[in-house]
Design a protein around this ligand. Sequence first.
Ligand code: HEM
Length: 150
Amino acid sequence: MSSLQPFLYDTLTLIHILSFAIWFGLVVASLIVIKVFEPKLTDPNIDAETYAGFLKSYIKGETKFIDIIFPLVIVSGILLAIFFTGWNNWVIIKIILVILQFAATMGFIFGVIRKISYPCDKRMYKNWYYLMGVSITFFSVTLIFVYFGR
Ligand code: HEM
């Protein structure tokens, strides 16, 4: 095990950081997609149904990707804790932040986003930006804690 340890640590850390970076990147990309679709989905004179269909396909594809990436962040982090760092306060607080991020995001999607029908007014469409804001805020808090909370 001893000669494998540095390799295992580096591999798990690489998977951990790469998977969270892809997850963060997908959220930022979705923010751009939401911005591009706004004029199409908030104008009553445009065939919003077609554009709503495009948005739904995009979100479906993004969700499939995150369904693979998100568990990778969690499992690689847990394995790093089991084999290397142990369950210190830093790791426990990170787990709490991820659970809160997951609950806040899922709550907003099922409580607000899924109830939007198109075309909608700009005030209702703003909820998409609030959703992205929830994710980006949690990523920022977690990263600040990762690098300044140890
Ligand atoms: C269940 C959730 C998580 C667990 C159990 C976890 C656990 C860990 C552990 C044990 C390490 C290695 C620390 C070390 O080498 O001393 C680590 C590193 C890291 N984690 Fe996580 N993590 C989790 C979620 C996250 C999330 C959501 C992010 C980003 C938003 C993140 C970002 C990082 C970064 C950037 C590092 C590298 C830190 C460095 O190089 O010093 N982790 N994580």
